[in-house]
Design a protein around this ligand. Structure first.
Ligand code: 0A1
Ligand code: ZN
Length: 877
């Protein structure tokens, strides 16, 4: 061997000549039932200073021929026995992620002992230690495949079992919680500083719903009596400094419990419902049976520390997790391909709940805006996948807006097609048939179609990726007095999938009389062919047509409108959502001129000028939304080629400036009409606060002289975080002279509250003037912490709201550096951050090449299957 050889060559010379193993794909079509069922599981989890020991006893019964397959990752196996006989290595086969026992008898008692290390588990899956120093706690996250990091187990959603859990730990962790009912709590006779608790969950559940918590927490308690007369103890656990921020969540929980009884006939089924707030968590929250675990950001709320919009989403997420008890827990998924079965339906349920808590129109606006900004972008790019994917390498990569939000839109289309009574009959049938089982999307559709077999046709929505584009035009026949609307649909062919078929698309339609502005006909058109015509009879003059009302299907609409038709609809549409939709159409036509749209801003501006004063007095929240201009990312999602972030920013800012200048006289009037008052949590008060913040921003944009002083006064006299943060944000974005002093004040006031400090980081990281250098200095701040996903997101995800800074060589190098850094420590988080870069290939050539080079470079530096799978898709491999 010559001395010139590098270390790498020497190592390679000794290695067998096999290419590196590509992570294996799992396919829906390969689904096989498990060979063994698990009847009961007894877990004994003993936590020590540096590790945990997990003993488990599984009673298993054969269902079909085959091996016992136990998944396990990052476990140190101490012993394993079958029916009392210790197994040695020749009795089983162990590889990276599973242990297989062949030729097992039909009834098996399996006893397993493993050691794990929650203290070094930075991936936040399985059992992990959160917090640091004296302030630590142990929590679990098992969905989707975290249980296999706790012990060897048939960790798949179609294996349901009864769990009994014993927890043992040092007494400095007084809170010992697991699923179900508390059976016993006591001290250890031979170790006086240790104690234990035993919990028994009487419901059959998959391992992904297992949870336990070992911590030192305070608890807020309450109770709820179900429609069946069950007295349920409600508990929200949080650090003592946060326990005063748990009332909003508790009230939302009680509201959600009642709502599910009234709307779906679903009462709660255990005697206890617990929620635990955790500061380090990869996602929003988790629906573990009877023991939900929440990201602190999604459960804590108080007027002084939480903005109205955050507080509103706390309520929605509490409801979401609660609704999972029926849609997810009692009826669960057969396999992870069916994730949308529980998520789509549960998101639809939480959206409906939220719509009952505030203005329906505003709820729909917010849901549709999220869908358009994120899901449409996903469906248009290299990460497009069906709502029910057909293959994956890493299921964590499929907790996407397509599965969640598009999944919810499919359920909404079904609900609207059936109408409330038949939809309720269908959901009752679903719960009746499948309670206690692990089922599929086909099962869901078959129950929902008991009153209307057409519903089964919605299956194609679950199978076909891409956002359908619905185009159309109208023709009026004066002699026959008929109006014919012709609609056609087209979905792009996503590579790797079969050619798209026409989908059933419900298009809610109304005809407006041109003279009176009244509705003369209303119909739900079902477009289920490539092109179809729909004729309305007895139409005495050509009407203005309003289509896709309430956003009746998740499609893009290209209708042959004149600007004047849209201005007419803005005036006459009867519901707030449709009025907003019309303004968005106008804005998009103005901003996306280069993309084939055609509009001048005049019609939009005069329609706004006419609508705003009245609407501000009537419904301030809606008025605030009407001034929405889609974010830079949302606009970018409609651009498929030669995307120039600077041009989009300039166009967007240009229109914003034009609105601010044109309506300049209104801002002072409106700001004064919306005086600050003592804090109230009513829809009106929230609307006033939202509109005041928008008006303040407009006033600063229009360079109204006093506006900077209004902002300072609003900050100084704020009654709540919505006012204070709203003022801070405009001061930072408009670079008001005192902005730095106010940023410093904000930090001083709130530096003991992590969630507020997240806001402090995010307002700087998403500022109009942000650069990669700003982000570097935020990362260097002593309060930045790589192990806390909320903090990482408060800087790194906030940065992505400024595409002009992100898509530079420096911005991208910083961003990909973050992904590389997190790839090993927290691959779930790293992969989610990476997915945001999916639109690199729409950039104009110079930027595109640079982005491509950086992504290829990243590919050489990462190793988790999470990041590699996302990177392959993002690169179009
Ligand atoms: N089922 C939860 C979402 C969730 C998914 C994965 C997690 O950890 C990797 C945590 C939560 C929900 O829909 O709320
Ligand atoms: Zn969910």
């Amino acid at each position: 061997m010559s001395t010139a050889e590098t270390d790498a060559q020497i190592i390679n010379a000794d290695m067998p000549d096999v290419p590196p193993q590509a992570p294996s794909k799992i396919n829906l079509k390969d689904y096989k039932k498990p060979s063994f069922d698990v009847e009961t599981v007894d877990l004994n989890i003993k936590l020590f200073e540096e590790f945990a020991q997990v003993d488990s006893t599984l009673k298993m019964v054969r269902q079909t021929a085959g091996d016992i397959v136990l998944f396990g990752e990052a476990l140190e196996l101490i012993s394993i026995s079958v029916n009392g006989e210790i197994l040695t290595a020749e009795h089983y086969q162990q590889d990276d992620d599973k242990l297989t026992i062949s030729n097992a008898p039909d009834e098996v008692v399996l006893e397993i002992q493993v050691r794990i290390c929650p203290q070094t588990n930075t991936a936040l899956e399985g059992l992990y230690m959160a917090g640091s120093g004296d302030d630590t706690m142990f929590v679990t996250q098992c969905e989707p495949e975290g249980f296999r990091k706790i012990t060897f187990y048939p960790d798949r959603p179609d294996v349901l079992a009864i769990f009994t859990t014993r927890l043992e730990a040092d007494k400095r962790y007084p809170t010992l919680l697991a699923n179900g009912n508390l059976v016993e709590f006591g001290e250890l006779v031979n170790a006086p500083d240790r104690h234990y608790a035993i919990w028994h969950d009487p419901t059959n559940k998959p391992s992904y719903l297992f949870a336990c918590v070992v911590a030192d927490l305070d608890v807020l308690t309450d109770s709820y009596t179900t429609s069946e007369g069950r007295d349920v103890k409600l508990e929200v656990y949080a650090k003592s400094a946060d326990i005063d921020k748990c009332d909003v969540g508790m009230q939302a929980l009680k509201d959600a419990m009642e709502w599910d009884e009234v709307n779906y006939g679903r009462p709660y089924d255990l005697d206890r419902y617990m929620i635990v707030a955790v500061s380090q968590f990869n996602m929003g929250a988790m629906e573990n049976k009877g023991l939900n675990i929440f990201n602190t950001a999604c459960v804590l709320s108080s007027p002084e520390t939480t903005t109205d919009s955050r507080s509103f989403s706390v309520k929605a997420i509490i409801a979401h997790e609660y609704f999972h008890n029926w849609t997810g827990n009692r009826i669960t998924c057969r396999d992870w391909f069916q994730l949308c079965l529980k998520e789509g339906f549960t998101v639809y349920r939480d959206q409906s709940f939220s719509a009952d808590q505030q203005s329906r129109a505003v709820q729909r606006i917010d849901d549709v805006a999220t869908l358009r900004a994120h899901q449409f972008a996903e469906d248009a790019g290299p990460l497009a996948h069906p709502v029910r994917p057909e293959s994956f390498v890493e299921i964590n990569n499929f907790y996407t807006t397509t599965v969640y939000e598009k999944g919810a839109e499919i359920v909404r289309m079904i609900a609207n097609t059936l109408g409330p009574d038949d939809f309720r009959k269908g959901t009752d049938e679903y719960f009746r048939r499948y309670d206690g089982q692990a089922v599929t999307v086909e099962d869901f559709l078959s129950a929902l179609s008991i009153t209307d077999s057409k519903i089964e046709n919605f299956i194609d929505w679950y199978r076909q990726p891409g956002t359908p584009v619905v185009s159309g035009h109208q023709s009026y026949d004066r002699a026959a007095q008929t109006l014919t609307i012709t609609l056609s649909q087209q979905t792009r062919h996503v590579s790797g999938f079969s050619a798209p078929k026409p989908l059933p698309i419900p298009v809610a339609t109304a005809l407006f009389d041109q003279d009176s502005g009244d509705i003369i006909a209303e119909r739900m058109l079902l477009l289920d062919q490539a092109t179809q015509s729909f004729t309305f009879e007895n139409v005495s003059s050509e009407p203005v047509v309003s289509l896709l009302r309430d956003f009746s299907a998740p499609v893009q609409l290209n209708y042959d409108y004149q600007d004047e038709d849209l201005a007419f609809l803005l005036k006459h549409e009867t519901n707030g959502f449709n009025r907003w939709q019309v303004t968005q159409m106008l804005v998009n036509r103005i901003l996306l001129q280069g993309q084939g749209s055609k509009s001048s801003p005049q019609v939009y501006l005069s329609a706004l000028a006419q609508t705003l004063p009245e609407l501000a007095a009537e419904d301030a929240m809606l008025a605030a939304r009407l001034l929405d201009i889609p974010s830079a990312q949302e606009l970018a999602s409609a651009i498929h080629k030669d995307y120039d972030p600077a041009l989009v920013k300039a166009q967007r800012e240009g229109l914003y400036q034009l609105v601010a200048d044109t309506l300049k006289d209104q801002w002072a009037v409106l700001y004064k009409q919306l005086p600050m008052q003592s804090y109230k949590d009513s829809p009106e008060a929230r609307g006033t606060r939202a509109l005041r913040n928008v008006v303040l921003d407009m006033a600063l944009t229009a360079k109204i002289e006093d506006a900077a002083v209004w902002a300072q006064q609003q900050y100084d006299n704020a009654s709540c975080m919505t006012e204070r943060f709203g003022a801070l944000k405009v001061m930072v974005n408009h670079q008001v002279a005192s902005a730095d002093a106010y940023l410093a004040d904000f930090y001083e006031r709130f530096n003991s509250n992590d969630l507020v400090i997240d806001l402090w980081f995010s307002v700087q990281a998403s500022a109009d003037t942000v650069t990669a250098d700003t982000i570097e200095s935020l990362i260097a701040h002593t309060d930045f912490d790589w192990n806390t996903p909320n903090r990482v997101r408060s800087v790194i995800s906030a940065f992505t709201s400024q595409p002009t800074a992100l898509w530079t060589a420096e911005g991208l190098s910083l961003y990909t550096g973050v992904i590389k850094k997190l790839d090993d420590a927290n691959p779930v988080l790293a992969s989610r951050l990476l997915q945001v870069l999916a639109r690199w290939n729409t950039l104009a050539e110079s930027h595109r090449q640079m982005a491509h080079d950086q992504l290829l470079e990243l590919q050489k530096q990462v190793s988790s299957k999470h990041v590699l799978e996302s990177l392959n898709s993002v690169l179009g491999a």
